[in-house]
Write a protein that binds this ligand. Structure first.
Ligand code: AKG
Ligand code: FE2
Length: 333
């Protein structure tokens, strides 16, 4: 099958045995990752918070949201078997299907965030360095957007696992936004009410081994646009979070879920809490899988701070998203 140049999948490059990274994947020197430093750093990894405990939960959350914008949660109530199943079916799509099968679910390369199998986060532009990543983006909530026939059917149980995973993540996201609101002295429902009905997307990212990891990024630096992202990864590792100007490696914790605050939560909390810039690095040995579940407002929803005086202008979420896709994800708006 002939594949248009804007549809090249990273996995095909690797399967063709490329030993040199094609130039469009080479990062400029200033954004190249520093490898092999993960144990030398003084900064501890993002906090781990037991959300089943009642002791000092708001203090712990407050500190993590102010200082990191990201933290692991344990005892989160989502069955750990479901996390494993989600990783299993996700990996199976990328590794057990033929390229033709995968391309039968190709997303529309000309429309941002379209559902399906893709490789480019931004619509093609010649000056963008490409990510060393393939992905599958699923539209999962509200139910009116959920169309399982657009999800892979090749792996046993894929659609069933994804639907259950979507429901569980949405419940956990709502619970976390409640605790985060309370930690600021706001009514529990404050942030969720401002966000409104969740628009949820689930992106399974697959990072094939990279022959020159020192030159590439699996996913360029960005903060997520919506309200809250819940992420699981396999035990390979590669996610880094920016803290105080330094990239910190996020150790994979098998049964934990990583919470990443996104830009709309920073706006609603009037900057008291921060969204976390993050990126993914690659490695030469193993493929890596992550599953990110994004919870966003509707495009028509206007988001404004819950505190006076407001430090951010009210913004219609759809306008925020358009500007992100036009200007690129680097930095915050
Ligand atoms: O692969 C990862 O760990 C990060 C994924 C991510 O940040 C995203 O999909 O927005
Ligand atoms: Fe992200």
């Amino acid at each position: 099958m002939e594949v248009a140049s804007n549809q090249i999948r990273v996995q095909s490059l690797v399967q063709e045995g490329e030993t040199v990274v094609p130039p469009q994947y080479v990062q400029p020197p200033e954004t190249r990752p520093v490898h092999g430093k993960r144990n030398e750093r003084d900064t501890p990894p993002p906090p781990v918070i037991d959300i089943s405990s009642v002791n000092s939960i708001h203090e712990q959350l407050g500190q993590a949201c102010r200082e990191w914008g990201a933290f692991h949660v344990i005892n989160h109530g989502v069955p750990v078997e479901l996390l494993d199943e989600m990783r299993r079916v996700g990996r199976s799509f990328f590794e057990d299907c033929t390229m033709d099968q995968k391309l039968s679910y190709a997303c529309d390369p000309n429309s941002p965030a379209s559902e399906g199998y893709g490789s480019r986060m931004l619509v093609a532009s010649n000056d963008t360095v490409l990510d060393w990543r393939d992905y599958y983006d699923h539209h999962t909530l509200p139910l009116s957007r959920r169309n399982p026939s657009k999800w892979p059917h090749f792996s046993t149980n894929y659609r069933k696992v994804l639907a259950e995973y979507s429901n569980q993540m949405s419940g956990l996201a709502e619970k976390l936004l409640g605790l985060i609101s309370e930690s600021l002295g706001l009514p529990s429902s404050c942030i969720k009410d401002t966000v409104g009905e969740f628009y949820q997307n689930i992106t399974v990212s697959y990072y094939p081994p990279c022959p020159q990891p020192e030159l590439t990024l699996g996913l360029q630096s960005h903060s997520d646009m919506g309200a809250i992202t819940l992420l699981i990864q396999d035990d390979v590792g590669g996610l880094e979070v920016l803290k105080d100007g330094e990239w910190i490696f996020v150790n994979p914790l098998h049964d934990a879920i990583l919470v990443i605050l996104a830009d709309q939560t920073e706006i609603i909390t009037n900057g008291k809490y921060t969204s976390a810039p993050h990126r993914a690095i690659t490695n030469a040995k193993s493929s890596r899988l992550s599953v990110a579940t994004f919870h966003d407002p509707a495009k028509t929803k206007t988001i404004c701070p819950a505190f006076e005086p407001p430090k951010y202008r009210p913004v219609m979420y759809g306008d925020y998203v358009s500007s992100w896709y036009t200007k690129g994800p680097e930095g915050k708006r």
